[in-house]
Write a new protein. Sequence first.
Length: 256
Amino acid sequence: MTLEQNGTAYGLNLDINGNGNGINLDNAGTGDGIHIDQNGNGIALRIDTEATTSNGCWFVNPTQTTSNVLLIDSADNLTTGRLAFLGSNSADTSTRNLVEIVNEHASATGTTALKIRQDSTGYGLNVAGKMIVAVDADSATAGVIRNTHATGYGLKINGASDSTRYALSVNDNDDDTVFMQVKGDGNVGIGVIPEATNSLASALQLGGNAYWLSTKAQGASGELDFGHNFYWAADGNQKYISTDEASQYRQGSGIH
């Protein structure tokens, strides 16, 4: 059967109001069940579904073993277009996952749920917003970063170069207590949010009041300070962390 349509109307129109299948195609051969050769600058397949609780598109119990259930390949003409776009503008506040990948069988230990291979210099993954890696009850490790290249980073975090934002923060899941924070200016706090240290120095703050400081510029004239309950503030003054006694020990220029 050949359907030829040269105008703007439908080449084939089926108006079905029952509960059966609109079109049923049983292909027992090795050819394509449906082949669409889209030569014009139009949409090859458009689905307008008004369903609310049924799936818009469903692969029912696919039996592939070594091939792909869904394959999109050789999109070699892309310039500013995308390989895929999944978007939602729903304002509903119900909890939901827009995209979910589930490896359901616990014995499938060789399965990687999501693999991204980036052969160029761009990002393998770019998240604009929050990113959470959760550990469920059956997993002992939230994530592993493995660098298999001879050079390059296993993990690189580009933070804003100021003391008001954080490049990294490790917090307690229950009450948000700070375990470790790295501020955008490179200063580190372990068990505490680090004070805003002078831009000429790098600092490590431990617990509540322990403080280590070193001038950034290399040279014998630099300084290494460590002590308790003090910090070198952004305005150039030495200040108390808490209103209490303080101690400071300094090394520099070969003396202490």
